[in-house]
Write a protein that binds this ligand. Structure first.
Ligand code: ZN
Ligand code: ZN
Length: 183
């Protein structure tokens, strides 16, 4: 702290320094704990500005999921991910996959949410993403590989099999991440 800054602090009680950035002058205070916070640390909420510490505690209170909810979520996502991975190999697989694969993602999120009693945790979506990916890969790889063989044997249609099996998982995961992170 420079001489000038020290003087300012002595003259005026109004100037406070951020609890996390001792060099940042600020007039903001956390509405919950009253700690001075700079504009970088402050997060606006409907009730006022909040400090990083109170914000963390606030988020924790919404983590209501039990540890077994993670296991339920993983198993459900693995099984339903495996079922959904049949979508690209359906007869007449086509552009409707852009609608059906995200829809399957939405159904998986709904199933996980119901079976875990709608309890929440900000990390639950990662478990679902990993489990769905593991459940999907065997069938998708088999189908993509089949497409390559069809293509090598002279039919360009094989490329579509490869394309649809590659595009399915990103569409599915996109819908899952979108639904689970928004809640
Ligand atoms: Zn606070
Ligand atoms: Zn700060």
């Amino acid at each position: 702290m420079t001489k000038d800054e020290l003087m300012i602090q002595e003259i005026s009680d109004e100037i406070v320094y951020c609890k996390w950035h001792p060099k940042m002058e600020t007039a903001l205070r956390c509405y919950q704990c009253g700690a001075p916070i700079c504009s970088k640390c402050a997060r606006r909420t409907p009730t006022g500005y909040i400090c990083p510490e109170c914000r963390k505690n606030h988020i924790k209170r919404f983590d209501t999921a039990h540890s077994y909810d993670f296991i339920i979520a993983a198993v459900v996502a693995l099984v339903l991910g495996a079922v959904a991975s049949l979508i690209p190999s359906l007869p007449y697989a086509g552009w409707y996959i852009f609608f059906v694969s995200p829809l399957a993602g939405t159904i998986i999120v709904e199933a996980v949410s119901r079976l875990t009693g709608r309890r929440q945790n900000r990390h639950l979506w990662k478990v679902v993403v990993v489990a769905v990916t593991i459940g999907s890969l065997p069938m998708l790889l088999i189908y993509a590989f089949g497409g390559v063989i069809v293509f090598m044997s002279g039919s360009a249609w094989g490329m579509w099999d490869v394309f649809f099996s590659l595009i399915h998982l990103p569409l599915l995961l996109g819908a899952i991440i979108y639904r689970m992170r928004l809640r």
